[in-house]
Design a protein around this ligand. Structure first.
Ligand SMILES: Nc1ncnc2c1ncn2[C@@H]1O[C@H](COP(=O)(O)OP(=O)(O)OP(=O)(O)O)[C@@H](O)[C@H]1O
Ligand SMILES: [Mg+2]
Length: 318
């Protein structure tokens, strides 16, 4: 009787010790790495506050999961397949890379690599060709992230025998299994992706994290331009910056506007015009000359010219 009582006391004492056992998240090296990646996400990417918030949430979930594991609290590995929806050039690919770094820092995946594929990389032309192609893509993504761009092209309801369906079935199996231990990110335009997921509920139920990327506002696009210019060791002269803001206001209204990608392309073309201007100066160039983009480097864009080129079919006025 007395021995039993002592054993009970012992168990109780052990439980108390366990309850007081601590895990200091701040001392976790992974936390430091994650904080670094989150800080650079903050510094490198303008806007996207909702996206950044979701990335923080996922990082927190994994950090706490690590702490729980250390203290022997078992739970199943969280499912982290995701969908990134949004317009062109809204940062989906860029955020996928950062996400891979975070997942890697937290030990969730073995490598921070993102393997990007589209329908053509997965679907074969002939019967029997699809499974090997899809499996090869999965093998390449193994341990990292498989990023499927414009994922809805995998589903073609108009064609009953489309091989895309086979890809979806293989993906379903792999997403459940620990074998490849990869994270799949489905990316594409919001509306088409909604249709894709509604038509494939099995897939949808395995993707718990939906992150949507909004189009950038004019003000954000101007800040993105500033950031890109600065990072390349250039700067806008004040009038050039104003001109660039005007350029963006016009460009946003035009077809095929692609958010930050259009900003990048426009900055590249300003650099071309600057280079041409400097070469034609035929005089020694100062550091100031080399770094400065002036008003005419921006206003040289055909977008500011009267709409002549617009009238020619197939001509892009950028
Ligand atoms: N918020 C941002 N701040 C700064 N640069 C950005 C931002 N978003 C995107 N960019 C830059 O714009 C370019 C396009 O971004 P990215 O390729 O990530 O977009 P995407 O959504 O994947 O586009 P797509 O749908 O066309 O594949 C990249 O050069 C990226 O660095
Ligand atoms: Mg992309």
């Amino acid at each position: 009787m007395a021995a039993e009582g002592r054993a009970e006391e012992q168990i109780q004492a052990e439980e108390e010790i366990q309850a007081e056992e601590q895990f200091d998240l701040d001392a976790d090296e992974a936390r430091r790495q994650v904080e670094e990646t989150l800080d650079s996400l903050e510094a490198d990417l303008v806007g996207l506050s909702a996206v950044k918030e979701r990335v923080r949430e996922i990082a927190a979930l994994l950090l706490v999961d690590r702490a729980r594991q250390q203290l022997g609290l078992s739970s199943s590995r969280p499912t982290l397949h995701m969908s990134f929806t949004g317009g062109p050039g809204t940062g989906k690919t860029t955020v996928a890379q950062r996400m891979a770094q975070i997942l890697h820092a937290l030990g969730y995946i073995r490598t921070p690599r993102v393997h990007t594929v589209t329908r053509d990389d997965l679907v074969g032309q002939f019967i029997g060709h699809t499974a090997p192609k899809t499996k090869e893509a999965i093998a390449r993504a193994a341990g990292g992230v498989l990023f499927i761009d414009e994922a809805y092209y995998l589903y073609r309801p108009e064609n009953e025998r489309d091989y895309g369906q086979e890809v979806i079935e293989i993906l379903l199996q792999e997403m459940e299994s620990e074998r490849a231990s990869m994270v799949v990110i489905f990316a594409g335009y919001e509306d088409r992706m909604d249709t894709f997921f509604s038509a494939n509920p099995g897939l949808s139920s395995r993707v718990p994290h939906h992150i949507s990327f909004e189009d950038y506002t004019h003000e954000e696009l101007v800040r993105i331009a500033d950031l890109m210019v600065e990072r390349e060791n250039f700067r806008f002269a004040p009038a050039a910056r104003e001109a660039f803001a005007d350029y963006l206001a016009l460009r946003m209204q035009k077809p095929r506007f692609s958010n930050a990608r259009s900003v990048r392309n426009a900055v590249e073309r300003c650099r071309l015009r600057q280079a041409k201007r400097l070469v034609e100066l035929r005089q020694p160039l100062t550091r100031e000359d080399l770094v400065t983009l002036v008003d005419e480097d921006v206003r040289g864009s055909s977008l500011f010219r009267p709409a002549t080129a617009d009238a020619i079919p197939g001509t892009t006025t950028l």
